[in-house]
Write a protein that binds this ligand. Structure first.
Ligand SMILES: Cc1cc2nc3c(=O)[nH]c(=O)nc-3n(C[C@H](O)[C@H](O)[C@H](O)COP(=O)(O)OP(=O)(O)OC[C@H]3O[C@@H](n4cnc5c(N)ncnc54)[C@H](O)[C@@H]3O)c2cc1C
Length: 360
């Protein structure tokens, strides 16, 4: 009977990070279970370049030192000379994390359950095969919950005639002013003629692909982008609620990624946080680490409740962006803001609804 050093459940970004960051330099034998074909997965993960992301600069697809937040009436431009907005593609992250010294065995199987026996775990796949490992890294997560807000989106990668896009400026949020719905466009111009154009909604229900496509076509039309060739599409759902599972009582069962609380629910940013989580786990004796600070978590909760209970059309985000400079804004998004910035954020928010949410 073979006992692996670790079993990774799910080879999304967090499972992959475990292989690279925790076992990559060792000669340990690790087993990973993934029930989807991850070779078919590709999408871009955006983040601001924090200190903990600097070791991965080589695989960054593109950096933007300028980004905008606005609507049809106003456009706030933020710049940061040392903390640019960056993207890494899932494909690059996967290849980087699989290039290691350790021996990783990947099983294209769904894990049905696992439980402890003696000082290791028995993992049972849904075809009833059994495997054994000393530690479990579990990344299975619940992405949807009745009555809770979700960030859901659909984007297309397009090629357009030369010099259509300003490749130095990213559109982070362009609110389109839908009735009773928070919707914005997110544009990543990789070059002057290539971009990801994404339609994003914060709401409790997810829509058909055709809904987002209609918004994308409308936006492109407004920008006079009539001629374009679609090369690929990406879609996703990110929970805007605390999707973390309770910590296991066993020190050798570690919840990772969204399951481990890496997602910042008010923004949907999770990628750089899940990497931070794995980096912190490397030096921790515990089976969980604190990724988001208490005050950030509290502010997030208040903001989400505000979004849930008010018909927000993007004005609060625009006001927030207009009261902060680029560095302050990125520090808030990356959970690294100081007290002065936090004060500016609170000051930007609509007072009465926020006070109400605070006391709920
Ligand atoms: C299209 C898309 C774009 C995103 N863009 C950004 C972004 O720009 N910036 C950002 O910060 N975040 C972004 N996110 C959010 C977040 O970074 C991702 O959701 C990320 O994939 C979370 O990683 P994870 O490892 O926690 O979970 P997942 O990526 O969900 O990985 C879990 C894996 O486990 C597998 N699995 C589930 N159950 C089992 C089982 N029983 N047995 C075996 N395997 C199983 C799943 O197939 C999956 O591959 C995006 C998400 C999506 C979907």
């Amino acid at each position: 009977m073979k006992i692996y050093k670790a079993a990774i459940i799910g080879l999304g970004p967090s499972g992959l990070a475990v292989n690279k960051i925790l076992y990559g330099d060792s000669s340990k034998e690790v087993i990973a279970f993934e029930n989807q074909d991850i070779n078919k997965r590709d999408n871009y993960f955006g983040f601001w370049l924090t200190e903990w992301m600097k070791p991965f600069e080589n695989i960054i697809e593109k950096k933007w030192y300028q980004w905008t937040i606005g609507n049809k009436n106003i456009n706030i431009i933020h710049t940061s000379s040392d903390k640019p907005y960056c993207v890494i593609s899932f494909k690059k992250w996967k290849n980087f994390c699989l290039e290691t010294k350790n021996k990783l065995e990947i099983k294209n199987k769904k894990v049905a359950k696992y439980f402890p026996i003696k000082n290791y775990f028995k993992v049972i796949a849904d075809d009833n095969t059994e495997y054994y490992a000393e530690k479990i890294y579990d990344s299975r997560s619940t992405k949807e919950k009745k009555g809770e807000l979700l960030q859901h989106f659909y984007g297309i990668n397009i090629t357009v005639p030369d010099n259509t896009f300003n490749e130095n400026e990213l559109t982070l949020m362009h609110f389109t002013g839908e009735k009773n719905l928070l919707h914005f466009m997110y544009i990543l111009p990789f070059t002057h003629n290539k971009a990801l154009v994404e339609s994003t909604v914060f709401s409790k229900d997810v829509f058909n692909n055709s809904w987002y496509r209609e918004k994308i076509y409308k936006y492109l039309n407004q920008k006079n982008i009539i001629e374009f060739k679609e090369t690929s599409a990406e879609k996703g759902i990110i929970p805007m609620f605390m999707a973390a599972e309770k910590n296991s009582s066993s020190p050798n069962v570690l919840n990772i990624g969204i399951r481990g609380g890496a997602c910042k629910p008010s923004t949907g940013y999770a990628f750089s946080f899940l990497i931070k989580q794995i980096q912190l786990l490397k030096y921790s004796k515990k089976n969980s680490v604190i990724i988001h600070k208490f005050l950030d978590r509290k502010m997030d909760k208040i903001f989400i409740n505000f979004l849930k209970n008010n018909n927000e059309d993007g004005e609060s985000f625009i006001k927030l962006a207009s009261n902060l400079n680029g560095n302050e804004f990125q520090s808030f998004m990356m959970g690294d803001s100081n007290l002065l910035t936090k004060f500016k954020i609170i000051k930007s928010m609509p007072k009465l609804p926020f006070i109400k949410e605070l006391f709920k």
